[in-house]
Design a protein around this ligand. Structure first.
Ligand code: NAD
Ligand code: MG
Ligand code: MG
Ligand code: MG
Ligand code: MG
Length: 350
């Protein structure tokens, strides 16, 4: 045990297989709406766990045959919602309010459960369920293909679990049974709330994971290229090596990464990193978090979708047009990177 582990006291509840009782969903039908990343994984895992599952899709959807080919029962979204005692809402977050209004709400019965994998629409009141249904969440902390693959390999996928509304008094037992049936309690499920899951998810993807990291990469690339270095070198240094560094942090925290790079890289990074991500970045992170907490980001994104996504389209095009993308396309074509090639090498950040 390290000093940091000694210093940290866990305050969260983590559930495992032994905490779940499958009998809470064994006599029920789960309607899995959507057959995308999460939908195909939840439906497949539920069915393999012996739970009665029906996939709900729009008529003519290209996923219809794919789901049937997996031996799953498929119905229209409204029919599935009507059959389901548990309605697992796994269509994209931006279309959930319309699907709820048209296909789910008219088919909800008292005692049914609305089950989500992300809290956005409940937390920001885009879906307002009646008081006589349970509202729960199991959010696997992983893309759907891993939720499915891990399950098939006898392994689990960590996840988050929350209960927003417990109308029946059995919402916790039922959501634990659901988490168990999709394999999440094999790995461990952390208890949270819809508010906490939604706000931390949005902040994380905006400030660090998706937004922060891409801007850091692009700015580093631009700095080198504008100083006269070759775009190819700048690409390797600022984008390609990112994976190797992140893999080390994932395996063993910051310490394993620092131990694996040279002393020069460690001293340079320790002495310069906080100058790059300094007070101004910290202040802006507070503003971004505030926009998540006060709902102004959610309002902006909802309006953006209602307007046909003009700003989103423009931002996407600008990002695609960045020089680093053209350089990367070319370099990735020239070199043989196996899927795991990056994992072999700790030779990085000299
Ligand atoms: P997805 O985009 O991969 O799949 C969505 C599915 O819904 C597809 O089958 C699509 O055909 C169907 N669909 C699209 N529009 C529809 C409509 N109008 N009516 C009916 N069906 C429609 O979505 P996803 O990434 O699996 O996300 C589903 C939920 O899971 C979201 O709440 C998301 O936040 C959450 N989640 C996703 C991940 C992830 O890694 N992808 C991780 C955790 C949670
Ligand atoms: Mg029903
Ligand atoms: Mg996330
Ligand atoms: Mg997210
Ligand atoms: Mg280097």
């Amino acid at each position: 045990m390290t000093d940091t582990e000694d210093a940290h006291e866990f305050t969260t509840t983590v559930y495992y297989d032994e905490d779940a009782d499958r009998s809470y969903i064994e006599d029920k039908t789960v309607a899995v709406l959507g057959y995308g990343s999460q939908g195909h994984a939840h439906a497949g895992n539920l069915a393999d766990s012996g739970i009665n599952a029906v996939v709900g899709l729009t008529e003519g959807s290209s996923s219809w045959e794919a789901a049937q080919a997996e031996g799953l029962e498929v119905a229209t979204t409204a029919e599935a919602a009507a059959q389901g005692d548990i309605v697992s809402v796994l269509v994209p977050d931006t279309v959930q309010p319309a699907v709820y209004e048209n296909d789910i709400e008219p088919n909800l019965e008292p005692g049914d459960t609305l089950q989500f994998a992300h809290g956005f629409n409940i937390h920001y009141n885009q879906i307002q369920p009646p008081e006589d249904v349970d509202v729960t969440m199991v959010a696997p902390k992983s893309p759907g293909h891993l939720v499915r693959r891990n399950y098939e390999n006898g392994e689990g996928t960590p996840g988050l679990l929350a209960v927003y509304q417990d109308a029946t008094g059995e919402a916790v037992d039922e959501v634990l049974a659901y988490a168990s049936a999709i394999g999440c309690t094999r790995a461990g499920v952390v208890e949270t709330t819809f508010k906490e899951e939604t706000e931390t998810d949005l902040f994380g993807e905006q400030a660090v994971l998706c937004g922060g990291i891409t801007s850091l990469v692009k700015t580093g690339f631009e700095t080198l290229v504008e100083a006269g270095y070759s775009p190819e070198m700048a690409y390797f240094e600022c984008l390609n090596e990112m994976k190797l560094i992140v893999d080390l942090m994932y395996e063993g925290g910051l310490a394993e990464m620092w131990n694996s790079v040279s002393d020069t890289a460690e001293y340079g990074g320790l002495s310069r990193g906080d100058r790059i991500v300094g007070d101004n970045v910290r202040e802006e992170m507070d503003v971004v978090l505030e926009e998540v907490q006060n709902g102004s980001f959610a309002r902006e994104w909802i309006n953006e979708n209602q307007a046909g996504r003009p700003q989103y389209t423009q931002l996407r095009q600008a990002d695609k047009a960045h020089e680093i993308e053209a350089v990367g396309d070319e370099l990735r074509g020239l070199f043989a990177w196996g899927d795991d090639a990056g994992n072999e090498s700790n030779e990085t950040a000299e």
